[in-house]
Design a protein. Sequence first.
Length: 688
Amino acid sequence: MWDKSTHSRAGLDASVRYLRGVGEKRAKALENLDVFTIEDILFFFPRRYEDRRRLTPLEELRPGETVCAIADVLSLSLPEGPAPTSALLTDGHATVRAVWFNPHIHKILKPGVRVALWGRVEYYSGIQLSNPEFEILTDKPPRLIGHIVPIYPATAALPQSRIQKIVADALNTYADHLVDFLPEKIRVRYGMKGLQEAVCELHHPKDAESWLKARNRLAFDELFLLQTGLLLRRASAQAPSTSLVPGEKFKQFMAALPFPLTGAQQRAIDEILEDMQGDGMMNRLLQGDVGSGKTLVALAAILAAVDSGVQAALMVPTGILAQQHYMTLEKLLKPLGIRTGLLMGSLRPDERRNLLESLKAGKIQVLTGTHAVFSDSVDFARLGLAVVDEQHRFGVLQKNALIAKGTSPHVLVMTATPIPRTLILSVYGDLDVSLLNELPPGRKPIKTISLGPEEEGQLLTLIRDRARHGQQVYWVCPLIEDSEEGRTDLSSVSSCYERLSKLLPDISIEMLHGHLPMEEKASVMQRFAEGKTTLLVATVVIEVGMDVPNATLMIIEDAGQFGLAQLHQLRGRIGRGKAESLCVLLEGQGTTPDGHERVEAMLRLPDGFALAEADLEQRGPGEVCGVHQHGVTDFRVANLVRDRKILELARKEAQRLLQDDPALEREPLFRKELMRRLGKTLHLAGTA
Ligand code: ADP
Ligand code: MG
């Protein structure tokens, strides 16, 4: 006998091969659906349902509907040649014909039997049921109709009826082996269904209300486990850190700022300084729209670090951005007597050696760099603060690698574009969040329009007009060279550069893309920043970080090719100065419906927070901010667009639970389940 009190999960981890009716071939087919174990099968939920609870009297059949019916077979006509088998059916009030293209039907179906039917009504010189599924009725309740039927993602190798059978069998045998791990108090507080009941209900729902309760319970499970896991990870990362206090240089810098801080910047800086002065370690996410002034907030933190005698590192995702940030930092920090360095993969060996030596000796106080900062050969004398810009480009792991370089440095990560709150909570739920929800004053909203390929003349006029006013222009193309990656339908930087050079001979034009040597890139950028170049034709290398307030026109060719976050980033390169800015989205021949939808969203939504929500809806959490590699948002039931409320609740309950019981000692079942599901993904201590 199965003994529930042992809380064993007997059999659940076994392969699906142990299920009746599953051999090697079907096991393979299930693997293709990501189903490996018996537990996976129990959690392999229907994609949709068919409501087969209502019987339709035969006299009410209407073409186009899919219906359930019960009827007696009056007579059968055997197929002749290519004609289908047809049966005359009656329910006592009306008669109707059913036809099948299966020549063997008459071997199963005989006049006089009563059948349950499920099928589509068509009109074919009279009303008929076309190819209905049927079941000969006995004294047992019908399997085919009378309830809500789960429809699973089926494949050719694994037809619907087979999956339905396999899952139903698995539920019968194994559902009671599921151990409810959710803390009892929470289950009771919200009147939630038990785990076994919820799982069964989601496969074979009684009604809509009961289904909703079941799915919400399971969505809560997933979100609650994740929230608890993230909070645990954060607690374990709370090593004592050096307390960093702003001093002279910080004060000097702030006093010399040419503009007042925005209210949001001031709040964020206060929050950061408070974190860094405490005895814990800062683990904070700075979330703000493009152009909200994140760099300055980071600088404030960096200055506090320098004032406290430790080193700071600023990491960015691309070489171009690293150079740009380095130039900004040098300009601002050198006058204060602070020594800065730039580390990138493309340094010459001797340059690199010198740089690393100065870093190790503590001579460099602020290091800016790309991924190269992670490499093993990089040693800091005393790393006290790590700032990660455009966090979504890095994996979480790399951030950890950097942390390993200091004795638990304070960490500030910054997003490039807003990320929906639901995603922030699920992916960065172990970080505190500061919000820059205010742009510096005087910014004019950016106007966005879209043009078709035939309207180039208008563009040239726009460009000449900007040039006459001494303003600058970006022109972005998806490719570097023509027909790269076999795409002949997309524009490229090099051909666009050639064409525009001919069309606009009196305007200074340059190209920028990832294939240029590093020095070349730096000098192209420098000239554009100094206003010597009017038109910069570039790939998305300019996507993040470029800060040239004099640029007021952004043209994006084949705009539908880019993701929403990317488009928003690109648009954020303009609108940084006092002058009116314009973003022009060109839709080329190859625009897909999805691409067009993104362009439309850009025209409609000016702010990053709204776009981020639209992006989440269009692409799902895995794609937005590149989190798919972490796997933490691969939910089976929960959905970050729909389940906002449940997520907030899960967050609240996770905090409450850990407050009472920080090591989950009183909830061993829950703790075990958490480790089993997320221990590895989240690198939780105590993971086997
Ligand atoms: P992002 O948040 O996109 O990284 P940046 O830090 O690049 O934004 O800042 C965008 C521009 O706004 C920069 O030119 C910066 O100097 C300017 N800026 C930042 N803070 C303020 C402020 N409080 N008032 C006016 N301009 C500001
Ligand atoms: Mg920035």
